[in-house]
Design a protein around this ligand. Structure first.
Ligand code: BGC
Length: 433
């Protein structure tokens, strides 16, 4: 029996840079110009959603998507320091208005990895003044669309942003410095708290009392390869703390611990109205190696699949601060859409079995998009995008998702039709489209 009633809202997620196209004044466009994108594709193309948003919205309606997480592009709204583009704000307002009229609940992300060029040039989140700049921009957005949007994500995945850009050196600005990593995480935590307070204040001034704010935390299910090996256990807890737990403590409760620094803006409190979890994978730790073990179920990028890990990471944050849970991202890179439906089913089942108070689930992503360093070649969407024609086609997994929304769950028949497939295994060769 695979029947599964689903008691929470089913939605989809995206991010401005990954779908909009057209903007050339941001840090990821510069990163592309410097030749870092593996397949050479440009974020200025992406899905051309900035122009085609009506088409995307009507596809969402067709699929029954109940709530949509999306972002606004800072560099479009503030292309030069202190200069605001009212047209861009009006554009987002129109899009959100249409979404709301279609009965789709918006969840708005203010910062999702990409910076305006001017902000990047002044050191971005290494610069202590980052709080002031992000706050000014976010307040501008809050005042422009606050009457339409009650729910906000301040910052997407500070840990991934800081790790990739300042420790691994793979993303802009390409640094490899532990002290920069610490600085960035510290400042981002202070930014989150400042934004949390500002959004509540601004919406209160507008007469609203239903505001909810959080940040989207990227959580991995860290697991020692051999739980009896003390070295594996030690490295697991170190990795977990350095990558995610310290950020959880700072941004949920204002508690500072290594690797963060003390900062006047990180004060004790309760700084999230809901738990927002982005979850993709287990990380198996065998000392300093973090590769998927031979034969483990993996996706096309080699990420280890562990649906129960999702419930485990949510439970841990819930124990720290019991709040409603939004899965703000979950999905996979499955270029040929072979096993995405099974993966969705299993993650939803793990959540339901755990009995956690989940309110919303956002599948990442609504349509294939610009996947950062991987460019267009890593497909995460429920909807296929042909990048030469910009034609959208609902995938089989998109059909499955829509059917699940229609029937408020998964029937045995639906399961058999879409989910009886196997995952790739670590060590096997992956076939690409
Ligand atoms: C990010 C998305 C990204 C997704 C898949 C998350 O870390 O928030 O922007 O596309 O993972 O890699």
């Amino acid at each position: 029996m695979h029947e599964l009633p689903i008691p929470f809202l089913l939605g989809a997620a995206s991010a401005a840079t990954q779908i909009e196209g057209g903007d050339v004044s941001n840090s990821w466009y510069d990163w592309y110009r410097q030749g870092h994108i593996k397949d050479g594709s440009s974020p200025a193309v992406a899905d051309n959603h900035y122009t085609l948003w009506r088409e995307d919205l009507s596809l969402m309606e067709q699929m029954g998507i109940e709530t949509y997480r999306f972002g606004v592009e800072w560099s479009r709204i503030e292309p030069e320091e202190g200069v605001f583009n009212e047209e861009a704000l009006a554009h987002y307002r129109e899009e959100i208005q249409a979404m709301v009229s279609a009965g789709i609940r918006p969840l708005l992300t203010l910062h999702h990895f990409t910076n305006p060029r001017w902000f990047e040039a002044m050191g971005a989140f290494e610069n202590p003044r980052c709080v002031e700049y992000l706050l000014r921009f976010s307040e501008k957005v809050g005042r422009a669309v606050g009457d339409l949007v009650p729910d906000y994500i301040t910052i997407n995945e500070p840990n991934v942003y800081a790790m990739e850009g300042y420790l691994a050196g793979e993303w802009p600005p390409g640094k490899r410095s532990f002290s920069a990593y610490r600085r960035v995480l510290t400042h981002m935590s202070a930014c989150h708290i400042a934004l949390y307070e500002m959004i509540h204040r601004v919406r209160r001034e507008m007469g609203f009392t239903d505001t909810r704010v959080s940040f989207a935390h990227h959580l991995c299910a860290f697991t020692p390869q051999n739980p009896h090996n003390p070295w594996h256990r030690f490295c697991t807890s170190l990795a977990q703390r350095g990558f995610q737990d310290a950020v959880t403590n700072a941004m949920y409760l204002g508690k500072v611990g290594f690797p963060l620094h003390r900062h006047g803006g990180i004060r004790p409190g309760q700084w999230c109205d809901f738990i927002a979890v982005n979850y993709y994978r287990r990380i198996t730790v065998a000392g300093l190696s973090m590769n998927a073990p031979q034969g483990a179920a993996v996706n096309d990028l080699g990420w280890e699949i562990d649906p129960r890990g999702l419930a485990r990471v949510c439970q841990k944050v819930y124990d720290l601060l019991p709040r409603p849970i939004f899965i703000t991202e979950n999905g996979t890179c499955d270029n040929n859409d072979l096993y995405r439906s099974r993966l969705i089913y299993e993650h939803l089942k793990a959540l339901c079995d755990a009995g956690l108070p989940v309110e919303r689930y956002y599948h990442w992503c609504f349509c294939d998009n610009f996947e950062w360093l991987e460019g267009q070649s890593a497909r995460f969407g429920l909807v296929h995008v042909d990048y030469t024609t910009q034609r959208r086609t609902i995938k089989r997994s998109g059909e499955f998702y829509a059917a699940m929304i229609r029937s408020r769950g998964v029937s045995d028949e639906l399961y058999q039709r879409y989910c009886e497939v196997s995952y790739p295994q670590s060590g096997e060769e992956v076939k690409h489209e």
